[in-house]
Design a protein around this ligand. Structure first.
Ligand code: FAD
Ligand code: NAI
Length: 466
């Protein structure tokens, strides 16, 4: 094989493989190196996809347990966790193979192995049989992603001390699961195991869950999850994790200085992720990192070394698959001489719990801290006819609009299908919509998205149904 390329991408996750496809579409000879043995990165293999599969299956199980309340009676409902995990593994395999097909279709060369810099324009590939190959390239895109942060002094063993990867692969339902960190992973995986029968206890050191989220939504979210049976200890610090033969003990201290011992079958550590840079030999070529260990890049994603670019979780910003994908496309277009661009003001985020939580743009706290004058429109799903028709009425839509211009600055939704509804407002915001634009747009009836229209009407206090 001819190992000379226009661009080599290190890492085949959502950032890397999307970038590779776009580069190839633009006529550049492209290679993608991936070390884990399958494409799709954290997202497809041990992140977005397996977690959403288990969220869906566990929700079905939970709903089925409650079907008798709505006139559907099932005898002998049982959980078959092994089959559930097989279903999850199959969806992962289908999607990762799909990405391999897409690379082939787009004529991207796929190398299995670990890539590192031998020089600025030479990548050393070491495959799983330790065979070494040198790949020459004019430009390189680093998209090596991120990995879970472990608790200080306690490495993951994936038996008692679990990372997000271990918690997606349990062979039995833990009686008691402690989760350190009330963020995305803690709340999604806490929901999964709680629905399947675990007693779930989340320990969070802030005074609220989902830090960075609009506070009103975060408070409502915690109320709903508590009602579902998840226990929370806020403003609580874990000092130490002790492993016993078949369980764990956590020494904690709360804001009043009160010590406590928590015991559980397993503990999930979900306190954030850190950039994955160790295997790349960046110091050999002088690629600089920032204080948090992310690769520093300029506006065009170029690192401190010319023609070496970085995107996705390995650079700063939200660690989200769609953010990595957008950057993958933008950097490909920049390398090809076009003007790729990502609008960081409009990156939606979704937590796939029940109900879902979705946000785009500024939170109320962001606007207050900037001294920006704004109006708020809110509408509860309790007053939405579709939600009422299917007994799914928790949550609300909140729209924040500029006080003078009426431009929509942020939208926050907790409620049924929030993760789908948020796309409507993201598009509206990309087009610079005002709340009146949304309010005057005809929405089909009966749909959950009518709650968005009503919240937009509520910005000027003229909602119809509440
Ligand atoms: P990654 O997906 O991490 O891919 C990087 C790849 O590079 C990896 O496969 C790695 O093996 C490879 N690699 C690293 N170093 C080398 C090397 N030297 N040589 C060769 N290959 C290398 N985001 C969402 O938007 N929605 C979700 O629902 C969601 N759910 C998640 C659930 C969980 C449990 C987790 C852990 C994450 C979730 N995320 C979600 C986050 C999402 O997975 C990441 O933001 C996304 O995968 C980042 O993409 P990336 O391409 O930057 O990196
Ligand atoms: P996170 O940043 O979402 O949440 C971490 C939480 O842990 C925070 O609330 C933080 O205050 C808390 N924390 C940190 N250290 C702590 C400590 N020592 N003790 C107690 N609490 C502590 O990180 P998480 O959940 O690990 O997820 C990592 C990233 O993966 C997310 O930020 C997100 O970018 C991505 N992800 C996205 C998903 C989605 O889009 N639906 C789903 C899962 C992950």
């Amino acid at each position: 094989m001819d190992n000379n390329f226009d661009v080599v991408i290190i890492g085949g996750g959502p950032g890397g493989y999307v970038c590779a496809i776009r580069l190839s579409q633009l006529g550049l000879k492209t290679a993608c190196i991936e070390s884990r043995g399958s494409l799709g990165g954290t997202c497809l293999n041990v992140g977005c996809i397996p977690s959403k599969n288990l969220l869906n299956l566990s929700e079905n199980f939970y709903k089925a347990k409650n079907f008798h309340k709505i006139g559907i009676e099932i005898d002998n409902l049982k959980l078959n966790l092994k089959k559930m995990m097989e279903n999850k593994n199959n969806s992962v395999e289908t999607l990762t193979k799909g990405v391999e097909f897409l690379l082939k279709k787009n004529k991207v060369s796929y190398f299995k192995g670990t890539g590192s810099f031998k020089s600025k324009d030479e990548i050393l590939l070491i495959d799983n049989k330790k065979k070494e190959t040198i790949i020459k390239t004019k430009s390189t895109v680093i998209s090596s992603g991120s990995k879970p942060t472990h608790f200080p002094g306690s490495q993951f063993d994936e038996k008692l001390i679990l990372s997000s990867t271990g918690v997606l692969n349990l062979e039995s339902v833990p009686k008691k699961l402690i989760i350190v960190g009330g963020g995305y992973i803690g709340l999604e995986m806490g929901s999964v195991w709680s629905r399947l029968g675990s007693e779930v206890h989340v320990v969070e050191f802030m005074d609220h869950i989902t830090s960075g989220m609009d506070r009103e939504i975060s408070n409502e979210f915690m109320k709903i999850l508590s009602k579902q049976g998840i226990k929370f200890s806020l403003e609580t610090k874990v000092n130490k994790i002790l492993k016993l033969s078949n369980s764990v003990k956590l020494e904690t201290i709360n804001k009043d200085g009160k010590n406590n011992i928590l015991e559980a079958d397993k503990v999930l550590i979900s306190i954030g992720r850190k950039p994955n840079t160790e295997s790349l030999q960046l110091d050999k070529i002088g690629v600089k990192l920032d204080k948090k260990g992310s690769i520093s890049v300029q506006n065009n994603y170029e690192t401190s070394v010319k023609n070496i670019f970085a995107i996705g979780d390995v650079i700063s910003g939200p660690m989200l698959a769609h953010k990595a994908e957008e950057e993958g496309i933008a950097v490909a277009e920049i390398i090809a001489g076009q003007s790729g661009h990502v609008n960081y003001d409009i990156i939606p985020s979704v937590i796939y719990t029940s109900p879902e939580v979705a946000s785009v743009g500024k939170t109320e706290e962001d606007l207050v801290s900037k001294g920006q004058s704004y109006k708020v429109g809110k509408f509860p799903f309790m007053a939405n006819s579709r939600a009422k028709a299917i007994n799914d009425t928790e949550g609300f839509v909140k729209i924040l609009a500029d006080n003078k211009t009426d431009k929509v600055l942020g939208v926050h939704i907790i409620g049924p299908h929030a993760g789908e509804i948020i796309a409507e407002v993201s598009v509206a915001m990309e087009f610079g919509a005002s709340s009146e634009d949304i309010a005057r747009t005809c929405h089909a009836h009966p749909t959950f998205s009518e709650a968005v229209k009503e919240a937009a009407l509520a910005v000027e206090k003229r909602q119809i149904h509440s």
